[in-house]
Design a protein around this ligand. Structure first.
Ligand SMILES: [Zn+2]
Ligand SMILES: [Zn+2]
Length: 233
């Protein structure tokens, strides 16, 4: 992935770096990566878990999402970088995070067990009121970088968010599931067989699973999720 700025300072420690991203190698290595996770919903698991392990929840009730890659725990400094991207419109932060996620996906794709490259990427849409307030959709910015690097078509304006679900941090799992019900609407009838939803942070997975459920009612056969971070709840 190429960036417009080739030499800059590390966004975390301030040291000069000549890498393609504004993050030095030492800071990159220190980021809180998820070592082992449920292959289907992405929830972090014990380190000893095998590559294709599933969590108890997914074994009990299979979610609409078929597979998930979440790169980091939602902790500092990843939460700082995501905050910079989301609220300060720091696009160099978006580029760093997309770049790291992209490398991880390419690594996993070269593993035999990983599923085929998707037909399209779908950034989780923001409600238009939220979009107007924030000015841009962070998931779309991350998706753009990945779509470019992996040559995957990007779905923009195919799905809209019709319910402005407020920050769900104070809701429990049941309330979240209820809150996201019917929050998306498919605008375009022409979708694809295999779609990957791209999100910045996954918390319970209720939102992405609702979107995946909806896509499957429209004939999509396989839905994956790629996210920068996963909150440990
Ligand atoms: Zn650094
Ligand atoms: Zn799971």
């Amino acid at each position: 992935m190429k960036l417009s700025v080739l030499t800059s300072n590390c966004l975390l420690c301030g040291d000069f770096t000549q890498r393609d991203i504004s993050l030095c190698k030492a800071c990159e290595v220190s980021l809180p990566r998820i070592e082992s996770a449920c292959g289907q919903c992405g929830i972090p698991l014990e380190k000893a878990a095998t590559a294709n392990a599933l969590c108890g929840q997914c074994i009990q009730t299979s979610p609409a999402v078929d597979y998930t890659i979440s790169l980091f725990h939602y902790e500092n400094p990843v939460s700082y970088l995501i905050g910079q991207m989301k609220f300060q419109q720091q696009l160099s932060s978006a580029a760093i995070l997309a770049n790291l996620l992209c490398s991880e996906i390419l690594d996993k794709h070269s593993d035999a067990g990983m599923s085929a490259k998707p037909d399209a990427l779908l950034p989780v849409p923001l409600h238009k009121a939220r979009l107007a307030k924030r000015g841009f959709n962070q998931s779309l910015e991350v998706s753009r970088e990945i779509a470019k690097a992996m040559a995957i078509p990007l779905f923009v304006n195919k799905v809209e968010r019709v319910k402005n679900t407020d920050a769900q941090t104070h809701l429990n799992k049941q309330q979240r599931l209820k809150n996201v019900k019917g929050c998306f609407n498919v605008i375009s009838p022409s979708l694809a067989r295999h779609i990957v939803i791209v999100d910045d942070v996954i918390t319970t997975g209720a939102t992405t699973n609702e979107l995946a459920r909806l896509l499957k009612t429209k004939g999509v056969e396989k839905v994956g999720v790629w996210s920068i971070a996963r909150a440990d709840i």
